[in-house]
Design a protein around this ligand. Structure first.
Ligand code: C2E
Ligand code: CA
Ligand code: CA
Length: 906
């Protein structure tokens, strides 16, 4: 029993501590007979002694009687036994062997003979030792043969712990007690030391909250060696964890998901006599989950069958939680890396890649492992990829962070490289992060392009063009020293582009502009800058020319290319452009040079469309004057519109804005009677005096001011007619009013005419609207519609300046025309004969066949009048009859036809 207890106490600490000691670990089991049967676990000296001792004792018991018969034989047997043995009867020593003498400190065994056994027993143990000292005859009981501990006093009086076991033997024919004696002092000391060490171990295990468990595989009993720190559910969990307990089911405290894993690991360890190592979850009473980890090892018995499993189990909740947190962080990082078009890498001090990850890699067709192990410098990349990367990494190796943006494998990366430091702060490599910024870069490039280019045509815009001109001028200045190069700007404005936009729509307009851009690029050299400055304005910067005249050839080429027919919105059309050229003299700024080309273009346009002009300094002055006139005209028209009173304007009253109408009579060529007046506008400029219509009317048309002016003229003429009506005796005059092409394009023209007639209570046939054929040609469809609407009102339509436009005759059918006004150019030649006379004749004949009245304009001479009359022209107008005069004078002339001749002489 004692040994058993000892075993139990020592077993586990023995695992780690006893390996170096010569101490025997003995397992015991009590057998039914009450005797001790010793199972031996380990071989060593003491163990062997025990075995021998047991064997000796068994032998003694079995053969006791025979031995006693011969004391000498017994003596021989026992004398040299290493086991201390003595015989006693009635408390007196009969015999002691040498080992016994040595144990009790006697020099010789004989010194012990006859001595009372009680003398050797310490008083503390006397009672307990009664068995040893009692007389056999007194008590019927026989010694048990069990080992008991006694406090012994040796010969020298020293107290020593010993154990003794006694049996009855016969000695000299009488029953004696044979006692085997063993010193326990050393063992007791060792035991104490062990206990202390075990205590320390326990404390240590408790401190680390570690449970040492032992599972006996023969009966599945589980023993804990440090249970104090283990909470109850964990204990039962540990039992579950270490026991392959298929029959009894798992403890409820183990997480259901972990049961199978535990069972399998444990079973496998048993099968293979190996180890098992498993983490599992434990459910607390309130369902809280904690993690434990258990690991054990199966120890086979001598026969090799698994006997025990010993291991440790401890709480790993905290480390699991940390692990989880780390894993979570890693997962998050991984996710981030997956989502971001980024690449993350580290290198050693030689710039050898240690790691490289990130989805940004796939963009350039790589995976991280492709780079790991390779040196950055050894990668086969172009210089513009390599240089910024190597420079940044080298800076990082010097302890500085570095950023750069650059191409890599077809993408553009924004990279940041930092020194990688160890715990002591030494640089041991680099760590880099790069983001794929290809899209952003492309967007930026696109935005930059948009900022400097025209979206429709892709040509340079005004800002870029100006910049290019500026640089070209700077280069020209520096180059002038050596060989001379010429620089010029071509300014181009499409003629009648507005017409295309109005007639065919803006999409067609855009299409046309695109074609112009293409043709301009073709007509110029690759290094010339072609720009669209806005609307239908284009410009070309011509550089590096040897002669100024080279620009002329470009102009010719451009005009030739533009002249080729173009199909827009399914219709074939022809483009014309007015071109201005300005040569750099070295004195002007970029802005001035561009403006000069613009001025030249303006001049070209004024001279007739489709032409070109080269800038001359006086052009600019003309343009400045024109701009001033525009501003003055605008102010005058504003004043006119504001002062919507005083119809009709009396000659004595200065009309608003300085505008007045003059009236020129139209006479019957046969009778000489005035049958109508043409209203002609006059403008009295506040400082410059009378401005001729040939000057201000084109400006008014171009600026759109003609619409307001024309509306006023129409109304003023109607009012004048009405005023005249009051003075006449029923004879009805009519009035002709000029209508500009711009007015024809205005939807409200028809309403304006109707309103003016209604306001003055005039019938529509009293009014003739004079429109030039070029005005009609501009936007034919719309003009035809408007003219028909006007005609429907009942007004008469006269085609002014007839014969000066193109294809007039063929178009004539489309228009609801009443009167043809033959241009002065033909009238001039009518008396001379020739081509002009022929054309005048044709027109008159055409009028006659179509039932139209014909008015000859600008008749100045009698011969002309006569010739026209002969040709069958019905009406005439001209200085021969009367100059345009104010309303009163014109009317007076009409009342007295006799005065006409007088008038013409003025
Ligand atoms: P137009 O409509 O052809 O007008 C006839 C022009 O010929 C007038 O010039 C008139 O003064 C001039 N004229 C008449 N008889 C003779 C002659 O025997 N010899 C010469 N050399 N010239 C003669 P004016 O008044 O200077 O007007 C010029 C142009 O201005 C007009 O040409 C017309 O196109 C335009 N205009 C005048 N008033 C208006 C107006 O109220 N509205 C619009 N839209 N245009 C107007
Ligand atoms: Ca006219
Ligand atoms: Ca005319």
């Amino acid at each position: 029993m004692f040994v058993y207890e000892l075993t139990k106490t020592l077993l586990l600490p023995a695992m780690s501590l006893w390996e170096s000691h010569t101490v025997t670990i003995v397992f015991s089991a009590i057998v039914a007979t009450g005797g001790a049967r010793w199972a031996l676990r380990r071989q060593d000296r003491l163990h062997r002694q025990v075995v021998e001792h047991v064997a000796a004792r068994e032998r003694l018991e079995a053969r006791g009687a025979a031995l006693i018969e011969s004391a000498s034989r017994y003596r021989r047997l026992v004398e040299f036994s290493p086991e201390a043995t003595f015989l006693h009867r009635d408390g007196r020593v009969l015999y002691a062997n040498a080992a016994c003498a040595r144990l009790l400190g006697a020099t010789d065994a004989s010194a012990l003979l006859g001595r009372a056994v009680a003398d050797f027993l310490h008083p503390d143990g006397r009672v307990a030792a009664a068995e040893l000292t009692r007389s056999i005859t007194e008590a019927d009981m026989r010694p048990s043969g069990e080992w008991n501990e006694y406090p012994v006093i040796d010969v020298s009086g020293v107290r020593r712990a010993m154990e003794a076991a006694s049996v009855i033997v016969e000695w000299d024919g009488a029953a004696s007690v044979q006692t085997l004696l063993r010193d326990m002092t050393a063992r007791r000391d060792a035991e104490r030391a062990l206990r202390a060490s075990e205590q320390r171990l326990r404390l240590a295990l408790d401190a680390v909250r570690m449970v040492v468990w032992e599972r006996d595989l023969t009966n599945n009993a589980v023993t804990f060696h440090t249970a104090s720190a283990v909470p109850a559910p964990a204990t039962s969990a540990v039992v579950t964890a270490v026991r392959d307990d298929a029959t009894r089911g798992f403890s409820e405290s183990v997480h259901p998901d972990d049961c199978d894993r535990l069972r399998d690991a444990s079973a496998e360890a048993c099968e293979t006599a190996g180890t098992f190592d498993v983490a599992y979850r434990v459910l607390g009473e309130n369902g809280e989950v904690s993690w434990r980890h258990t690991s054990g090892r199966v120890f086979p018995e001598a026969a090799g069958r698994p006997a025990r499993m010993i291991g440790v189990d401890h709480d790993v909740t905290e480390s699991k939680r940390q692990e989880e947190a780390i894993r979570e962080r890693e997962t998050r990082l991984h996710l981030i890396m997956q989502q971001l078009p980024a690449v993350l890498w580290t290198t050693d001090p030689e710039l050898r890649f240690l790691s490289c990850t990130g989805t940004g890699l796939s963009r350039i067709g790589l995976v991280g492992d492709d780079l790991v192990g390779a040196r950055l410098q050894d990668l086969q990349r172009s210089d513009d990829e390599m240089e910024p990367a190597v420079a940044a990494h080298e800076r990082a190796l010097q302890g500085q962070s570095a950023s750069y943006e650059g191409p890599w494998g077809g993408a553009i990366f924004a990279a940041h490289v930092e020194p990688l430091r160890d715990a002591d702060g030494r640089v041991v490599g680099t760590v880099g992060l790069a983001m794929d910024v290809t899209e952003r870069k492309q967007m930026e490039a696109q935005l930059a392009h948009q900022a400097f280019h025209d979206t429709l045509t892709g040509l340079a815009n005004r800002a870029l063009f100006r910049d290019r001109v500026e640089h070209a001028l700077m280069r020209a200045v520096t180059a002038r020293e050596g060989h001379r190069e010429c620089l010029a700007i071509l300014f181009l404005d499409l003629d009648d582009f507005k017409g295309v936009n109005d007639t065919l729509g803006h999409a067609a307009g855009d299409e046309l502009l695109t074609v112009v851009a293409e043709r301009l690029l073709k007509a110029t050299r690759g290094f010339d800058t072609v720009a669209r400055l806005g609307g239908d304005e284009f410009a070309v910067l011509l550089e590096g020319m040897h002669h100024a005249a080279d620009a002329d050839r470009v102009v010719e080429r451009v005009q030739l290319m533009l002249a080729a027919p173009v199909t827009i919105a399914g219709r074939e059309a022809r483009m014309r452009a007015s071109l201005g050229v300005a040569h750099a003299t070295g004195a002007e700024s970029a802005d001035e040079l561009i403006r000069n080309a613009d001025v030249a273009m303006y001049e070209a346009k004024a001279a007739g469309k489709g032409g070109h002009a080269v800038f001359a300094p006086d052009m600019h002055e003309a343009l400045v004057a024109r701009r001033a006139l525009e501003a003055d005209l605008q102010a005058a028209v504003d004043a006119l519109v504001m002062a919507d009173t005083g119809w009709p304007h009396e000659p004595s009253v200065a009309p608003a804005g300085g505008f007045r109408l003059m009236y020129q009579p139209i006479v019957d060529l046969q009778t000489g009677a005035v049958i109508s007046f043409e209203a002609l506008m006059r403008w009295e400029h506040p400082t410059r005096g009378a401005v001729p219509p040939s000057v201000f009317i084109p400006v008014a048309e171009e600026t759109g001011l003609i619409v307001a002016l024309g509306r006023w003229a129409l109304r003023a003429a109607c009012h004048q007619l009405r005023a005249w009506d009051r003075e006449t005796d029923g004879s009805e005059l009519s009035v002709g009013v000029n209508v500009s092409g711009r007015q024809l394009g205005e939807a409200r023209l028809v309403d304006d005419v109707a309103a003016a007639l209604a306001e003055c209570e005039l019938t529509a046939d009293r009014l003739t609207l004079e429109v030039t054929e070029t005005a009609v040609m501009h936007d034919t469809e719309r003009a035809v519609t408007t003219l028909h609407a006007l005609k429907a009102l009942g007004v008469h339509i006269a085609v002014d300046d007839f014969g000066t436009g193109y294809s007039s005759l063929s178009y004539l059918q489309q228009f609801p025309v009443d009167v043809l006004k033959i241009d002065k150019a033909f009238v001039d030649g009518v008396a001379r004969g020739g081509a002009d006379a022929a054309l005048a004749r044709t027109i008159i004949a055409l009028g006659q066949t179509r039932g139209l009245r014909t008015v000859a304009e600008g008749v100045e001479h009698e011969e002309q009048r006569a010739a026209l009359a002969t040709l069958g022209c019905t009406l005439a107008q001209g200085y021969l009859f009367a100059r345009p005069r104010d309303a009163a004078a014109a009317f007076a002339a009409a009342r007295a036809p006799s005065q006409l001749a007088t008038l013409t002489t003025i």
